[in-house]
Design a protein around this ligand. Structure first.
Ligand code: AMP
Ligand code: MG
Length: 342
């Protein structure tokens, strides 16, 4: 059965050769509050189609587990039990939280899923009249923010927030994590190439000898234009930007990524793109870089081969890790198959 909200389309159908037959299946669906697009290629059309369906199911499953917009998600249960009791969670939730904590440690707390205790103060939903919270309100909420206080018991499989009012939100890593799970469903014999995108996050899979994926990076200063193009084979790319969700109060913009140290929206970076082996990592670091800014961000970014970043600051200046500058091709062509929005 096709869900009502599903926008479904087949991108290119089948491509037949005389001896070599390759099928491409592409579908898009609105999930996790964003457009999720999955494309895969392989010899057996039925197999590829089944795998794409399974990949979408993985995204839905992750969303059910870690969305804070769902009352019945495991993450919402952790939040409701703050100050009361540890909550038993699935291995995926435990893993997403543990990875978040690792990025918190490496980013000096710029990335912090407990930022959500500030949540109601800054309202980016547009549902309530926007206002800048008083300093005292922010200070009171900040007492409940702190990644070091999140208690994860791996052997018991539980997560505990020790104080009422503490809250977790995995919005900065959830899409990347879901993209990884979806890609795992596609990385099977019979699938030769695959690309999963969810809003600003994507991950590619390419078997040796197959064509790389070519993606475009949108300019955060001029949204009608590309910063450049990039070829990727088996990597993930994620972007974050304050322009994606913000409120305007008395002519000033306040973006949705908060600095957990001040309790106020992070400033100074227009957009950040991170390339990494896995999408959760690219996703988390792209958000962290918005908070850290270019200098500190590039300094703290982990440096194993393959992790790269491009940060566009508020003045429109580029800051890139050395390995990235040469990979971005400056002449964007109109034929870029996937626009990747920065
Ligand atoms: P992204 O689009 O991946 O950059 O994620 C942005 C979302 O991350 C926001 O809408 C918040 O839900 C959440 N968030 C905001 N500030 C932080 C922060 N400092 N650390 C972790 N998550 C955050
Ligand atoms: Mg992110």
């Amino acid at each position: 059965m096709i869900p009502r909200f599903k926008i479904l389309f087949l991108i290119v159908g089948l491509i037949f050769g005389v001896h070599c037959r390759s099928a491409r299946v592409g579908q898009a669906e609105t999930l996790m509050g964003t457009l999720v697009e999955i494309t895969a290629e392989g010899r057996d059309h039925k197999l590829v189609e089944a795998r794409v369906a399974l990949a979408f199911e993985e995204v839905r499953r992750v969303d059910r587990l870690i969305s804070t917009f769902r009352e019945d998600s495991e993450l919402s249960r952790i939040n409701r039990a703050a100050g009361v009791a540890p909550v038993q969670v699935s291995p995926e939730v435990l893993e997403a939280i543990e990875r978040s904590l690792e990025v918190s440690r490496l980013s000096d707390g710029a990335f912090d899923i407990s930022y959500a205790a500030l949540g109601g103060l800054w309202d980016f939903s547009g549902e309530k009249p926007a206002r800048v919270p008083e300093a005292a309100e922010i200070a009171a909420r900040l007492k409940r923010v702190g990644w070091r206080r999140i208690q994860v018991d791996r052997s018991a499989g539980t997560v505990f927030l020790p104080e009422a009012g503490m809250r977790l939100d995995l919005g900065a890593i959830a899409k990347g994590y879901a993209v990884d799970r979806a890609l795992a469903a596609l990385k099977v014999p019979g699938v030769d190439r695959a690309l999963v995108t969810a809003g600003g996050d994507l991950r590619a899979f390419t078997r040796p000898g197959e064509k790389p994926w070519r993606i475009g990076i949108q300019d955060p200063a001029r949204r009608d234009r590309l910063l450049g193009e990039l070829e990727i084979q088996n990597q993930a790319v994620a972007t974050s930007g304050q322009y994606e969700r913000f409120v305007e109060i008395q002519g000033r913009r306040y973006g949705h990524i908060l600095d957990p140290r001040t309790g106020r929206p992070a400033e100074g970076v227009l957009g950040a793109t991170v390339i990494a082996g896995e999408a959760w990592e690219a996703d988390a670091w792209a958000t962290a870089l918005l908070v850290l800014g270019p200098e500190q961000g590039i300094k703290l970014l982990p440096s194993p081969p393959g992790i790269e970043a491009l940060i566009v600051d508020a003045k429109g200046r580029w800051h890139a890790t050395p390995g990235l500058a040469g990979r971005i091709q400056p002449a964007p062509s109109p034929s870029v198959p996937f626009l990747f929005r920065l």
